[in-house]
Design a protein around this ligand. Structure first.
Ligand SMILES: Nc1ncnc2c1ncn2[C@@H]1O[C@H](COP(=O)(O)OP(=O)(O)O)[C@@H](O)[C@H]1O
Ligand SMILES: [Mg+2]
Length: 378
Protein backbone atom coordinates (compact mmCIF):
# COMPACT_ATOMS: atom_id res chain seq x y z
CA UNK A 1 0.00 0.00 0.00
CA UNK A 2 1.43 3.39 -0.99
CA UNK A 3 1.45 5.81 1.92
CA UNK A 4 2.52 9.33 2.76
CA UNK A 5 3.72 10.16 6.27
CA UNK A 6 3.94 13.75 7.53
CA UNK A 7 5.61 14.82 10.76
CA UNK A 8 6.11 18.24 12.20
CA UNK A 9 7.56 18.22 15.67
CA UNK A 10 8.04 20.51 18.61
CA UNK A 11 10.99 22.37 17.08
CA UNK A 12 8.50 24.17 14.76
CA UNK A 13 11.01 24.11 11.89
CA UNK A 14 8.58 22.76 9.29
CA UNK A 15 7.27 19.45 8.03
CA UNK A 16 9.13 16.27 7.03
CA UNK A 17 7.39 13.89 4.66
CA UNK A 18 7.92 10.46 3.16
CA UNK A 19 6.39 8.56 0.30
CA UNK A 20 6.70 4.84 0.99
CA UNK A 21 5.32 1.49 -0.01
CA UNK A 22 4.25 -0.51 3.00
CA UNK A 23 3.59 -4.21 3.04
CA UNK A 24 1.56 -5.50 5.96
CA UNK A 25 2.38 -8.98 7.16
CA UNK A 26 -0.01 -11.35 8.84
CA UNK A 27 -1.18 -9.96 12.18
CA UNK A 28 1.68 -9.91 14.63
CA UNK A 29 4.31 -9.95 11.87
CA UNK A 30 6.57 -7.10 10.80
CA UNK A 31 5.42 -4.42 8.36
CA UNK A 32 7.93 -4.12 5.51
CA UNK A 33 8.75 -0.75 3.97
CA UNK A 34 10.31 0.64 0.87
CA UNK A 35 11.09 4.35 1.16
CA UNK A 36 10.53 6.02 -2.22
CA UNK A 37 11.00 9.74 -1.64
CA UNK A 38 11.41 12.26 1.14
CA UNK A 39 10.58 15.95 1.42
CA UNK A 40 11.20 18.76 3.90
CA UNK A 41 9.29 21.99 3.73
CA UNK A 42 10.15 24.75 6.20
CA UNK A 43 7.29 26.66 7.79
CA UNK A 44 7.03 30.24 6.56
CA UNK A 45 8.79 32.37 9.25
CA UNK A 46 5.44 34.03 10.16
CA UNK A 47 3.94 30.61 10.92
CA UNK A 48 6.83 29.60 13.22
CA UNK A 49 6.62 32.98 14.97
CA UNK A 50 2.85 32.69 15.40
CA UNK A 51 3.17 29.17 16.88
CA UNK A 52 6.01 30.24 19.21
CA UNK A 53 4.09 33.29 20.40
CA UNK A 54 0.97 31.21 20.95
CA UNK A 55 2.92 28.75 23.12
CA UNK A 56 4.78 31.34 25.18
CA UNK A 57 1.70 33.50 25.86
CA UNK A 58 -0.74 30.59 25.89
CA UNK A 59 -3.62 32.71 24.62
CA UNK A 60 -5.05 32.99 21.16
CA UNK A 61 -8.38 33.93 19.64
CA UNK A 62 -10.71 31.30 18.19
CA UNK A 63 -10.44 32.82 14.73
CA UNK A 64 -6.63 32.64 14.90
CA UNK A 65 -6.84 28.95 15.90
CA UNK A 66 -9.06 28.18 12.93
CA UNK A 67 -6.73 30.09 10.60
CA UNK A 68 -3.60 28.37 11.98
CA UNK A 69 -5.18 24.95 11.41
CA UNK A 70 -5.86 25.96 7.83
CA UNK A 71 -2.36 27.43 7.34
CA UNK A 72 -0.84 24.14 8.57
CA UNK A 73 -2.98 22.12 6.14
CA UNK A 74 -1.79 24.42 3.36
CA UNK A 75 1.92 23.86 4.17
CA UNK A 76 1.41 20.11 4.47
CA UNK A 77 -0.46 19.96 1.15
CA UNK A 78 2.26 22.01 -0.55
CA UNK A 79 4.93 19.63 0.80
CA UNK A 80 3.30 16.59 -0.84
CA UNK A 81 1.78 18.27 -3.90
CA UNK A 82 4.27 16.54 -6.25
CA UNK A 83 3.08 13.15 -5.00
CA UNK A 84 -0.61 13.98 -5.14
CA UNK A 85 -0.98 15.55 -8.59
CA UNK A 86 -3.79 14.16 -10.73
CA UNK A 87 -2.37 11.53 -13.09
CA UNK A 88 0.41 10.06 -10.91
CA UNK A 89 0.64 6.34 -11.67
CA UNK A 90 0.22 4.95 -8.17
CA UNK A 91 -1.52 7.46 -5.93
CA UNK A 92 -1.02 7.17 -2.21
CA UNK A 93 -3.87 5.38 -0.46
CA UNK A 94 -3.65 7.73 2.50
CA UNK A 95 -1.71 10.53 4.20
CA UNK A 96 -0.82 9.92 7.83
CA UNK A 97 -0.46 13.40 9.26
CA UNK A 98 0.72 13.97 12.82
CA UNK A 99 -0.24 17.66 12.80
CA UNK A 100 1.46 20.34 14.88
CA UNK A 101 1.57 19.90 18.63
CA UNK A 102 0.61 23.22 20.17
CA UNK A 103 -0.16 22.02 23.70
CA UNK A 104 0.83 18.94 25.70
CA UNK A 105 0.07 18.19 29.34
CA UNK A 106 0.91 14.71 30.66
CA UNK A 107 -1.62 12.98 32.94
CA UNK A 108 -0.98 13.58 36.63
CA UNK A 109 -2.87 11.72 39.36
CA UNK A 110 -6.60 11.95 38.58
CA UNK A 111 -6.08 14.73 36.02
CA UNK A 112 -6.07 13.24 32.52
CA UNK A 113 -3.42 14.19 29.97
CA UNK A 114 -4.34 16.53 27.13
CA UNK A 115 -2.52 17.14 23.90
CA UNK A 116 -3.45 19.17 20.83
CA UNK A 117 -2.16 18.40 17.34
CA UNK A 118 -3.44 20.91 14.86
CA UNK A 119 -4.21 20.42 11.19
CA UNK A 120 -7.40 20.98 9.26
CA UNK A 121 -7.58 17.40 7.96
CA UNK A 122 -10.54 18.02 5.64
CA UNK A 123 -8.62 20.82 3.96
CA UNK A 124 -5.52 18.64 3.61
CA UNK A 125 -7.67 15.87 2.08
CA UNK A 126 -9.33 18.37 -0.25
CA UNK A 127 -6.06 19.91 -1.44
CA UNK A 128 -4.39 16.51 -2.02
CA UNK A 129 -7.41 14.43 -3.15
CA UNK A 130 -6.23 11.86 -0.61
CA UNK A 131 -7.66 10.29 2.55
CA UNK A 132 -6.05 11.52 5.77
CA UNK A 133 -5.41 9.81 9.08
CA UNK A 134 -4.67 12.37 11.80
CA UNK A 135 -5.04 13.03 15.55
CA UNK A 136 -3.00 9.99 16.55
CA UNK A 137 -2.51 10.88 20.20
CA UNK A 138 -6.14 11.29 21.29
CA UNK A 139 -7.05 7.61 21.65
CA UNK A 140 -4.03 6.85 23.81
CA UNK A 141 -4.79 9.86 26.03
CA UNK A 142 -8.40 8.76 26.30
CA UNK A 143 -7.15 5.38 27.52
CA UNK A 144 -5.23 7.12 30.29
CA UNK A 145 -1.86 7.34 28.52
CA UNK A 146 0.51 10.24 27.87
CA UNK A 147 -0.25 10.08 24.13
CA UNK A 148 3.54 9.89 23.77
CA UNK A 149 5.84 8.49 22.69
CA UNK A 150 3.95 6.90 19.79
CA UNK A 151 6.84 5.86 17.55
CA UNK A 152 7.90 2.71 19.51
CA UNK A 153 5.68 0.26 17.64
CA UNK A 154 6.85 1.69 14.31
CA UNK A 155 10.47 1.48 15.52
CA UNK A 156 9.89 -2.20 16.17
CA UNK A 157 8.83 -2.66 12.54
CA UNK A 158 11.62 -0.44 11.17
CA UNK A 159 14.63 -1.27 13.35
CA UNK A 160 13.94 -4.39 15.45
CA UNK A 161 16.74 -6.95 15.19
CA UNK A 162 17.02 -10.65 15.91
CA UNK A 163 20.56 -10.51 17.28
CA UNK A 164 21.14 -7.15 18.99
CA UNK A 165 19.29 -4.87 21.36
CA UNK A 166 18.93 -1.32 20.11
CA UNK A 167 18.04 2.10 21.37
CA UNK A 168 16.44 4.24 18.70
CA UNK A 169 17.00 7.79 19.92
CA UNK A 170 14.98 10.59 18.41
CA UNK A 171 16.45 14.06 18.77
CA UNK A 172 13.82 16.54 17.62
CA UNK A 173 12.78 19.52 19.72
CA UNK A 174 12.13 17.00 22.50
CA UNK A 175 14.18 13.79 22.65
CA UNK A 176 12.71 10.34 23.16
CA UNK A 177 14.10 6.83 23.13
CA UNK A 178 12.74 3.44 22.09
CA UNK A 179 14.54 0.42 23.55
CA UNK A 180 14.11 -2.64 21.31
CA UNK A 181 15.29 -5.88 22.93
CA UNK A 182 17.17 -8.41 20.83
CA UNK A 183 14.87 -10.94 19.21
CA UNK A 184 12.45 -8.26 18.02
CA UNK A 185 10.05 -9.05 20.84
CA UNK A 186 7.34 -6.36 20.75
CA UNK A 187 6.37 -7.05 24.37
CA UNK A 188 9.82 -6.05 25.64
CA UNK A 189 9.74 -2.55 24.10
CA UNK A 190 10.38 0.36 26.46
CA UNK A 191 10.13 4.00 25.48
CA UNK A 192 9.93 7.43 27.06
CA UNK A 193 10.95 11.06 26.61
CA UNK A 194 14.57 11.54 27.69
CA UNK A 195 14.20 15.34 27.97
CA UNK A 196 15.25 18.21 25.71
CA UNK A 197 16.34 17.50 22.15
CA UNK A 198 17.30 20.52 20.09
CA UNK A 199 14.80 22.77 21.88
CA UNK A 200 17.13 24.53 24.32
CA UNK A 201 19.87 24.76 21.70
CA UNK A 202 17.50 26.32 19.15
CA UNK A 203 16.04 28.72 21.74
CA UNK A 204 19.54 29.87 22.76
CA UNK A 205 20.57 30.44 19.15
CA UNK A 206 17.44 32.54 18.57
CA UNK A 207 18.48 34.72 21.55
CA UNK A 208 22.27 34.93 21.39
CA UNK A 209 23.15 33.56 17.95
CA UNK A 210 23.60 35.26 14.59
CA UNK A 211 20.53 37.31 13.52
CA UNK A 212 17.93 35.16 11.77
CA UNK A 213 19.54 31.83 12.78
CA UNK A 214 17.10 29.23 14.11
CA UNK A 215 19.54 26.41 14.99
CA UNK A 216 23.24 25.87 15.70
CA UNK A 217 23.95 24.91 12.09
CA UNK A 218 26.41 21.97 12.02
CA UNK A 219 27.09 22.51 15.73
CA UNK A 220 29.36 25.39 14.76
CA UNK A 221 28.89 27.53 17.89
CA UNK A 222 28.97 24.62 20.35
CA UNK A 223 32.17 23.27 18.79
CA UNK A 224 33.85 26.67 19.31
CA UNK A 225 32.80 26.93 22.95
CA UNK A 226 33.75 25.30 26.26
CA UNK A 227 31.36 23.57 28.64
CA UNK A 228 30.65 25.49 31.86
CA UNK A 229 30.70 22.81 34.59
CA UNK A 230 28.64 24.82 37.12
CA UNK A 231 25.79 25.47 34.68
CA UNK A 232 25.92 21.88 33.44
CA UNK A 233 25.67 20.52 37.00
CA UNK A 234 22.81 22.88 37.72
CA UNK A 235 20.85 21.82 34.62
CA UNK A 236 21.43 18.15 35.41
CA UNK A 237 19.51 18.66 38.67
CA UNK A 238 16.32 19.29 36.65
CA UNK A 239 13.56 17.22 38.31
CA UNK A 240 12.22 15.81 35.03
CA UNK A 241 15.43 13.82 34.57
CA UNK A 242 14.74 11.77 37.69
CA UNK A 243 11.04 11.16 37.01
CA UNK A 244 10.29 7.51 36.29
CA UNK A 245 8.75 6.47 32.96
CA UNK A 246 6.11 6.57 31.64
CA UNK A 247 6.89 10.23 31.17
CA UNK A 248 6.59 12.89 28.50
CA UNK A 249 7.58 16.50 28.29
CA UNK A 250 7.36 19.54 26.04
CA UNK A 251 8.11 23.16 25.37
CA UNK A 252 6.64 24.33 28.67
CA UNK A 253 9.41 22.43 30.51
CA UNK A 254 12.42 22.75 28.21
CA UNK A 255 11.60 25.88 26.20
CA UNK A 256 12.10 29.61 26.68
CA UNK A 257 11.10 29.68 30.35
CA UNK A 258 14.05 27.44 31.29
CA UNK A 259 16.36 29.41 29.00
CA UNK A 260 15.24 32.66 30.69
CA UNK A 261 16.35 31.21 34.05
CA UNK A 262 19.71 30.20 32.57
CA UNK A 263 20.30 33.58 30.91
CA UNK A 264 19.46 35.49 34.08
CA UNK A 265 22.73 34.29 35.67
CA UNK A 266 24.85 33.73 32.57
CA UNK A 267 27.97 35.91 32.16
CA UNK A 268 29.92 33.77 29.64
CA UNK A 269 30.16 33.84 25.85
CA UNK A 270 27.45 32.70 23.44
CA UNK A 271 29.66 29.84 22.23
CA UNK A 272 30.25 28.57 25.78
CA UNK A 273 26.49 28.70 26.42
CA UNK A 274 25.82 26.63 23.30
CA UNK A 275 28.58 24.16 24.24
CA UNK A 276 27.03 23.74 27.70
CA UNK A 277 23.42 23.35 26.49
CA UNK A 278 24.58 20.83 23.88
CA UNK A 279 26.49 18.85 26.50
CA UNK A 280 23.46 18.97 28.81
CA UNK A 281 21.22 17.61 26.08
CA UNK A 282 23.61 14.69 25.43
CA UNK A 283 24.07 14.08 29.17
CA UNK A 284 20.30 13.97 29.76
CA UNK A 285 19.98 11.24 27.11
CA UNK A 286 22.91 9.14 28.36
CA UNK A 287 21.72 9.61 31.95
CA UNK A 288 18.24 8.35 31.08
CA UNK A 289 19.73 5.16 29.62
CA UNK A 290 21.79 4.56 32.76
CA UNK A 291 18.82 5.20 35.05
CA UNK A 292 16.06 3.36 33.25
CA UNK A 293 17.28 0.94 30.55
CA UNK A 294 19.41 -2.17 30.06
CA UNK A 295 22.68 -1.42 28.23
CA UNK A 296 21.88 -1.60 24.48
CA UNK A 297 24.20 -3.18 21.92
CA UNK A 298 23.77 -0.19 19.60
CA UNK A 299 22.22 3.29 19.45
CA UNK A 300 20.56 4.62 16.27
CA UNK A 301 19.85 8.34 16.15
CA UNK A 302 16.99 9.93 14.21
CA UNK A 303 15.57 13.45 14.00
CA UNK A 304 17.21 16.68 12.92
CA UNK A 305 19.45 16.62 16.00
CA UNK A 306 21.39 13.79 14.34
CA UNK A 307 22.67 16.48 11.93
CA UNK A 308 24.30 18.46 14.75
CA UNK A 309 27.89 17.08 14.94
CA UNK A 310 28.57 18.69 18.34
CA UNK A 311 25.53 16.95 19.81
CA UNK A 312 26.28 13.60 18.18
CA UNK A 313 29.92 13.76 19.33
CA UNK A 314 28.89 14.55 22.92
CA UNK A 315 26.39 11.69 22.90
CA UNK A 316 28.92 9.26 21.42
CA UNK A 317 31.48 10.25 24.07
CA UNK A 318 28.98 9.84 26.90
CA UNK A 319 27.72 6.44 25.69
CA UNK A 320 31.18 5.02 24.87
CA UNK A 321 31.80 2.14 24.06
CA UNK A 322 28.26 1.65 22.68
CA UNK A 323 28.28 2.41 18.92
CA UNK A 324 26.16 5.47 18.03
CA UNK A 325 25.15 6.31 14.44
CA UNK A 326 22.33 8.06 12.53
CA UNK A 327 19.52 5.81 11.24
CA UNK A 328 20.64 6.49 7.64
CA UNK A 329 22.72 3.30 7.53
CA UNK A 330 19.47 1.34 8.13
CA UNK A 331 17.77 2.86 5.09
CA UNK A 332 15.97 5.66 6.95
CA UNK A 333 17.38 9.21 6.70
CA UNK A 334 17.48 10.60 10.24
CA UNK A 335 15.13 13.49 9.45
CA UNK A 336 12.55 11.13 7.86
CA UNK A 337 12.33 8.54 10.60
CA UNK A 338 9.31 9.98 12.41
CA UNK A 339 7.40 10.70 9.17
CA UNK A 340 7.95 7.08 8.16
CA UNK A 341 6.91 5.95 11.63
CA UNK A 342 3.60 7.81 11.28
CA UNK A 343 3.02 6.30 7.84
CA UNK A 344 3.28 2.90 9.56
CA UNK A 345 0.96 4.04 12.38
CA UNK A 346 -1.50 5.24 9.72
CA UNK A 347 -1.46 1.79 8.17
CA UNK A 348 -2.05 0.22 11.60
CA UNK A 349 -5.08 2.51 12.02
CA UNK A 350 -6.56 1.49 8.68
CA UNK A 351 -5.99 -2.19 9.49
CA UNK A 352 -7.72 -1.70 12.84
CA UNK A 353 -4.55 -2.63 14.70
CA UNK A 354 -3.36 -0.89 17.85
CA UNK A 355 -0.58 1.66 17.40
CA UNK A 356 0.41 2.49 20.96
CA UNK A 357 2.63 0.51 23.30
CA UNK A 358 0.76 0.78 26.63
CA UNK A 359 3.92 0.16 28.65
CA UNK A 360 5.52 3.18 26.95
CA UNK A 361 2.61 5.63 27.13
CA UNK A 362 1.08 4.43 30.39
CA UNK A 363 -2.28 3.77 28.73
CA UNK A 364 -4.59 1.19 30.29
CA UNK A 365 -4.68 -0.81 27.07
CA UNK A 366 -3.60 -1.07 23.46
CA UNK A 367 -5.62 1.35 21.34
CA UNK A 368 -6.34 1.77 17.64
CA UNK A 369 -5.15 5.31 16.94
CA UNK A 370 -6.17 8.07 14.58
CA UNK A 371 -9.12 9.85 13.06
CA UNK A 372 -10.07 9.09 9.47
CA UNK A 373 -10.97 11.75 6.90
CA UNK A 374 -12.09 10.10 3.67
CA UNK A 375 -10.75 10.93 0.22
CA UNK A 376 -12.95 13.66 -1.25
CA UNK A 377 -14.99 12.41 -4.20
CA UNK A 378 -16.44 14.25 -7.15
N1 LIG B 1 22.60 20.89 9.92
C1 LIG B 1 22.12 21.00 11.16
N2 LIG B 1 22.91 21.46 12.16
C2 LIG B 1 22.45 21.58 13.42
N3 LIG B 1 21.19 21.28 13.78
C3 LIG B 1 20.36 20.82 12.83
C4 LIG B 1 20.77 20.64 11.49
N4 LIG B 1 19.71 20.18 10.77
C5 LIG B 1 18.69 20.05 11.67
N5 LIG B 1 19.08 20.43 12.90
C6 LIG B 1 18.28 20.46 14.14
O1 LIG B 1 17.17 19.64 13.99
C7 LIG B 1 15.99 20.32 14.43
C8 LIG B 1 14.78 19.80 13.73
O2 LIG B 1 14.69 18.43 13.95
P1 LIG B 1 13.31 17.66 13.78
O3 LIG B 1 13.60 16.23 13.82
O4 LIG B 1 12.59 18.21 12.59
O5 LIG B 1 12.59 18.11 15.10
P2 LIG B 1 11.02 18.21 15.35
O6 LIG B 1 10.47 16.85 15.04
O7 LIG B 1 10.89 18.60 16.78
O8 LIG B 1 10.55 19.27 14.39
C9 LIG B 1 16.28 21.78 14.16
O9 LIG B 1 15.52 22.59 15.00
C10 LIG B 1 17.76 21.85 14.44
O10 LIG B 1 17.99 22.11 15.80
MG1 LIG C 1 10.79 19.20 12.38
Amino acid sequence: MRAIGLMSGTSLDGVDGVLADLEPDAAGGRIRFSLLQTVHRPYPPELTSALLALQSRGEVGLEAIADLEGALAEVYAAAVSEWCRPGVDTPAAFIACHGQTVWHRPPRGKRPGRSLQWVNAAELAERTHTAVVSDFRAADLAAGGHGAPLVPLADHHLFGDAAESRCVQNIGGIANVTFLPAGADADGIQAFDTGPGTMLIDAAVRRVGPPGASCDRDGEMALRGRVDPALLADLLRHPFLRRRPPRSTGRDTFGDALLDQVLADWRGTAADLLATLTEFTAASIAGAYRRFLPVPDRVLVGGGGARNPALLAALTRRLHPIPVAPTDAWGVPAESREALAFAILGLCSLLGRPGNVPRATGARRAAVLGRFTPRPTG
